[in-house]
Design a protein around this ligand. Structure first.
Ligand code: HEC
Length: 154
């Protein structure tokens, strides 16, 4: 390897490392962040649906499956900081309201509540009993609607 190539490779490696230390994918293009955000939201609603059907008694309650879906939604709650990275207020079609970044404290609060409520749902689901998950599931669902009302435009 010649010297130039070595330093180019090093620069890429160091650049990627520094990006991680700050905020994973901080250098992603806004359009890619928006695409990721919509994908995360799609995963959330996909996994909420069977739980909603079980809670309503429209699908037989399956404790292992319910726990799996709850776990996926809990995981997605940790994806929201990346999915709403600063600078992703525009760059592709988006319904995310500017308040997300202008009033970041409020938005962070909403994300933190979502994380806490999804964690409670995972905990409740581990008990393997339908009655135990009904309340925590309702609390998680409220986060979806609540955040959309406040931070998503029509
Ligand atoms: C902390 C705020 C917040 C929470 C919590 C949240 N969402 Fe969202 N959601 C948004 C915002 C903002 C958008 C608009 C994203 C955009 O257009 O860029 C959105 C968009 C969506 C979309 C449309 C995605 C698309 O393809 O355009 C779906 C579906 C969705 N959310 C489902 C859910 C579900 C289900 C939950 C609960 C499990 C949830 N969301 C929780 C803020 C939130």
């Amino acid at each position: 390897m010649n010297k130039k190539l070595v330093s180019a490779v090093l620069a890429v490696a160091l650049g990627a490392g520094a990006g991680y230390a700050l905020n994973a994918y901080a250098q992603a293009k806004p359009a890619d962040v928006i695409k990721y955000r919509k994908a995360v939201m799609t995963v959330q609603s996909w996994n909420m649906r069977p739980m909603a059907l079980m809670v309503k008694g429209q699908l037989p309650y399956d404790a292992a499956l319910f726990s799996w879906y709850a776990g996926v939604v809990e995981q997605t709650s940790h994806m929201l900081p990346d999915a709403f990275a600063p600078g992703s207020d525009k760059g592709a079609e988006t319904k995310a309201r500017p308040e997300i970044w202008k009033d970041a404290g409020k938005f962070t609060q909403a994300v933190e509540r979502f994380k806490a409520d999804t964690a409670s749902l995972v905990q409740a689901a581990s008990k393997g009993n339908l009655n135990a998950v009904k309340g925590p599931f309702g609390a998680v669902a409220k986060n979806c609607g609540g955040c959309h009302k406040q931070f998503r435009s029509k």
